[in-house]
Design a protein around this ligand. Structure first.
Ligand code: FUC
Length: 760
């Protein structure tokens, strides 16, 4: 019975696949070579070589083998844990396609290519073997909610293969009318399922026993075939529904049935249009790399990077951060975790969790400024989802407080582990505020953001300790993973300062809670402020004990410089100088995310050449997949950031750092080219976003902005600070100068673009 239904399905769907083979390259935008990561051989190692893809909910890592294709896949909500415990993000399973008559020890065909085109979010593998040219095209579609793997060849009946699925938690694979599937429940009761549907063109396909108690799919003499994969759990981010939503089987059945009705070309076109709707908003050129370098594999470009300038690789890595965010964080889903959504272990490093002392926050620094505001939403929704669970545990730990905070390690059900990180929720609140600061969405501020900001402020209102002289200090804080636990550590003080500042501004904008707003403003004035120590450093603790030889990866004492806005070269030059002394002492080489943070710090210190020096260190090819982070960070040949091991925050932090070098808006001005290095004399960027919701596109040459377009997306006054004089094509501008900088301010209207050119 099962076999019969499957044959019917395959025949029916085969009709759709047949029409599509020739049409496969007809989608809107052609692949871009400068936005392609590629290799001339299949991946051997998951962490360092396989290429990621995802639709924000589920995704996979592609190995691209010739004798056997292997795609390890994940779904972002497959988590153990509960409201008490973090749990860990889990591997979901593997898909294997073993080509009959081929041996895994076979030589790799000479013309083999494996490409990840990040301009389309499509992977392509091509090779010629025994006179037949084989092509594979893979992507993960959000609109159609399927992973699509499409195999074609230039000769009929070229494909005979066994397709197998495995569950990373060991349940049996069964064959059904639509292909193969497995399902199970984790220890915490979370239900999951994964299914594939296979459409063949020509030949036969049948479900058979795999000889080990499960099922596999046997394809014989097919001209080509397409696999649709879907994976889901019953996770819901609603605590009042016990974190449990629709059954995975229902979702998968619906999604696979709908996607199966579409041709391959329709699926591809819909996917590319959806992805490019986000990705194409920003374009970046940092200069041209000589052709002979750009035609090399990504591995060899990385290996040679320290010997030859490769600004296109630097720009590719910038866009890769955006690719990874779009692939691991889409509206309606969970936020990107320590590995985005890619994980091949049930016991991954640091649980592949939501680490609250830098990592999850760094994942989202790029979201707003690189025009991916929608991809910020999963993080904001996640924060909202854990509030009630966190209130219960926080109030147990700190009796009598209102509000809530988090531990260092956090999962998807509100549970946490390891030490309390008391300023963690206040740092989350920065993300909540920033979404407003960039979008100026007042309805969001009022209905979503403000209540969260207020309850986190209330936590600190109750938790801060008032000294006899009126000074407010955070009791028993810990500068993350570093130093003693004591009152008034700079990290805590700076984050609370940021929280209070944002809260006061929010209350002012909404014209609400006047007396509480004044109370918070008063508390902010009484907070212990940053101190400059005996060697000119920005103290990490209230006691002047910083060690100038300390190379610790966390630079938590500099939060006020970045991502905070308490310290700036323009408004607080002495503190900025002290931050520079501390940063210089910490050194330029560190773990992946630590270097990414340092790029952002140097950009905020307006030192483009030093930011670039760190960028240069960041782009260091790291071959090992070990977890010893004393071995130094960098990137693997798949451009994943090596903490090591792989940790995606470094990729996201890199993109944020490049953005900060070109554009800053944390003060009340939009600063253009604040930290442009000598290495990028000429370039252009399209579509970055500044706070106030201004979209900025500009060309530069020899450190000067030569052309600028400011598109106002929310109206209001636009204030610019530029390194050279500009002239506008419209009237009504106020002009000023400070030092060498030129300042312009003008009233804007929603939807209107304002164009400037350099004077000479
Ligand atoms: C931070 C770091 C570690 C690691 C972990 C996930 O706390 O100190 O190096 O990145 O998060």
């Amino acid at each position: 019975m099962i076999k019969k239904i499957l044959c019917i399905t395959i025949l029916t769907l085969g009709f759709c696949a047949a029409k599509t083979v020739k049409a496969q390259n007809k989608h809107a935008t052609l692949p871009r070579k400068d936005l392609t990561i590629w290799a001339d051989k299949p991946a051997k190692t998951w962490m360092t070589e396989a290429y990621p893809m995802g639709n924000g909910r589920f995704g996979g890592m592609v190995f691209g083998g010739v004798a056997q294709e292997h795609i390890q896949f994940n779904e972002i909500s497959l988590w153990t844990g509960d409201e008490e415990d973090t749990g860990a993000y889990q591997d979901f399973g593997d898909l294997f396609i073993s080509f009959k008559g081929k041996d895994t020890s076979m030589a790799i065909p000479a013309n083999y290519t494996r490409k990840l085109d990040i301009s389309q979010a499509v992977q392509r593998i091509a090779y010629t073997d025994e006179g037949i040219t084989y092509k594979r095209e893979y992507f993960c579609s959000l609109p159609d909610k399927v992973m699509v793997l499409h195999f074609t060849a230039d000769r009929k009946a070229a494909y005979s293969a066994i397709i197998g699925l495995t569950d990373a938690h060991g349940s049996k694979v069964t064959g059904g009318s639509k292909g193969l599937q497995f399902e199970g429940k984790l220890v915490n009761g979370l239900a999951y399922q994964a299914s594939i549907v296979v459409k063949t063109e020509g030949g036969t396909a049948k479900v058979e026993s795999d000889g080990k108690g499960g099922s596999q799919l046997n394809i014989s003499s097919a001209d080509g075939f397409t696999i649709l994969l879907s994976a889901a759990t019953d996770y819901s981010n609603k605590r009042d529904q016990h974190w449990c939503g629709e059954a995975p089987a229902t979702k998968i059945k619906r999604d696979l049935a709908a996607a199966s009705l579409k041709t391959y070309d329709e699926l591809l076109r819909t996917h590319v249009a959806d992805y490019q709707g986000l990705f194409n908003r920003v374009d970046l050129s940092l200069g041209q790399t000589p052709k002979d370098i750009t035609s090399a594999t990504t591995y060899s470009r990385l290996a040679n990077y320290h010997k030859q300038a490769d600004p296109q690789l630097e720009a590719l890595l910038f866009q890769y951060g955006r690719y990874l965010l779009i692939n691991s964080s889409r509206k309606g889903g969970l936020p990107a975790n320590l590995q985005g959504l890619w994980n091949d272990s049930n016991n991954p490093p640091w649980r592949s969790d939501y680490h609250s002392n830098i990592n999850i926050q760094m994942n989202y620094w790029l979201a707003e400024p690189t025009n991916l505001s929608e991809s910020h939403i999963p993080y904001l929704d996640y924060i909202n989802s854990i509030r009630e669970a966190r209130k219960v545990s926080t109030q147990k730990e700190y009796p009598g407080v209102r509000g809530w905070t988090v531990k260092t390690e956090n999962g998807v059900f509100g549970g946490g582990s390891y030490l309390w990180n008391t300023p963690g929720s206040a740092w989350y609140a920065q993300g909540i505020w920033e979404h407003y600061a960039f979008t100026r969405d007042k309805n969001y501020l009022q209905t979503f953001a403000y209540p969260i900001l207020k309850e986190i402020v209330e936590f600190w209102d109750d938790h801060l300790k008032r000294r006899l002289d009126g000074t407010l200090v955070s009791p028993l804080g810990w500068s993350p993973e570093h130093g003693p636990t004591e009152d008034g550590v700079t990290y805590d003080q700076a984050i609370v300062y940021d929280l209070f500042t944002n809260y006061v501004e929010a209350a002012d904008i909404l014209g609400t809670d006047k007396s509480y707003r004044d109370h918070v403003a008063d508390m902010r004035e009484h907070l212990l402020k940053p101190k400059i120590g005996k060697w000119g450093q920005l103290q990490e603790w209230e006691t002047d004990r910083d060690d100038p030889n300390d190379k610790h990866r966390h630079s938590s004492n500099l939060f006020g410089l970045h991502p905070g806005k308490q310290i700036s070269t323009i408004k607080t030059p002495e503190l900025a100088q002290a931050a520079k002394v501390s940063l210089t002492a910490r050194g330029d080489i560190s773990t992946g995310w630590s270097m990414a943070w340092k790029m952002n710090f140097w950009a905020r210190l307006q030192d483009g050449d030093h930011a670039y020096k760190i960028l240069n260190n960041f782009i260091t090819l790291v071959g090992k997949s070990g977890v010893n982070y004393d071995e130094g960070g960098g990137v693997y040949s798949n451009l994943f950031c090596a903490h090591p091991p792989f940790q995606i925050d470094g990729n996201f932090g890199y993109t944020a750092g490049v953005t900060e070098m070109l554009l800053q808006s944390q003060t009340d001005e939009i600063q253009l080219l604040p930290a442009l290095p000598k290495a990028w004399p000429t370039g252009n960027v399209k579509g970055l976003i500044a706070r106030g919701n201004f979209e900025i596109s500009m060309d530069w040459k020899d450190d000067k902005v030569t052309r600028l377009i400011v598109k106002s997306r929310a109206g209001g006054i636009c204030k610019l600070r530029v390194p050279n004089a500009l002239k506008a094509d419209f009237a009504g501008i106020n002009v000023g100068t400070t030092g060498a900088d030129h300042q312009y301010s003008f009233q804007t209207q929603v939807g209107k673009a304002y164009v400037f050119k350099s004077i000479d």
